[in-house]
Design a protein around this ligand. Sequence first.
Ligand SMILES: [Zn+2]
Ligand SMILES: [Zn+2]
Length: 219
Amino acid sequence: MTLTDPLTHKATLYTLQSGVLPVYMSSLYCHSCNRRYYHNYYVHKQSSLRTYYGGVPNVIQGAQYFFIESALSGLFANGMVFGWDRLSASNWARIYNCALSEIDPHIANNKLAFASVYEGWNLELRNVDVTNGFFLYSLLLEKSERGGILLLPHDEPSQRDRLKPALAERKKAMEGIGQEHWAHACDLCFVIFEDADGNIMKLQSAHCDGDTIGHRCSS
Ligand SMILES: [Zn+2]
Ligand SMILES: [Zn+2]
């Protein structure tokens, strides 16, 4: 049985090295297993569930008309970690559109004259795209690390609503002892020694920054 009943629509792919690309997205249906196959997941005819294929794909569909390379989402994620609020989603959208989208300046500066280039395609990265891409990329990364498969509801009014339960589940899993380095102890940050009276003592480092005192961990 071959895949059939193609559904195709215009979409935009944001890449790290080739800039922004107008693309067509197609999904195909299988009458044998009654599933429609999309770029990153399939949906069974009688379910309202997106079952992702597993692993972290090179290109992630962050919303219906929006695709993003994992490498670009990785750059955004690192910017948010190391640049804090200065490299927020809205600032990343600005940086991408100004420096990485690679639309020829003579086209970008004369949108009216080159209207046909833009017709039907949104070629400007928006704040919400960065956020959608970042969250979905992070969820896929997390599932892949734990050897799981991401499941998301299919019929939701927005990507925000679709991601909500999976993000809440991930947050719950991080609470308490869920963090990767929760039980970390090494010779650099955790020392056990005997004091002059023969008592076993523990010396553990903590660091403080502008927000908190704690992080009893060297990694
Ligand atoms: Zn099939
Ligand atoms: Zn340590």
